[in-house]
Design a protein around this ligand. Structure first.
Ligand code: SF4
Length: 75
């Protein structure tokens, strides 16, 4: 019997590809609790671990990035 690839209900970690970020700010608009913008409009996070309950919004923000600069991986 093999384990099917079910989404794990675990913590998510934000991985940022900074050079790809163009500062559109879409991510921060959708999920400001997770995605912040620095003085140059480039994304950063205070904590790369997504707080519980914000997973869906964090994913939405990452998916909405026109540059695909944000990735969420299991922590
Ligand atoms: S949506 Fe993408 S390009 Fe825009 S600020 Fe966020 S990470 Fe950067």
């Amino acid at each position: 019997m093999s384990e099917q690839g079910k989404p794990v209900q675990g913590k998510l970690k934000v991985v940022i590809n900074k050079p790809a970020c163009c500062g559109y700010g879409v991510c921060a608009e959708i999920c400001p609790e997770v995605y912040k913008l620095d003085g140059n409009g480039i994304v950063y996070v205070d904590d790369e671990l997504v707080p519980e309950g914000l997973e869906d919004l964090a994913r939405e923000g990452a998916d909405a990035c026109p540059q695909a600069a944000l990735k969420l991986v299991p922590a």
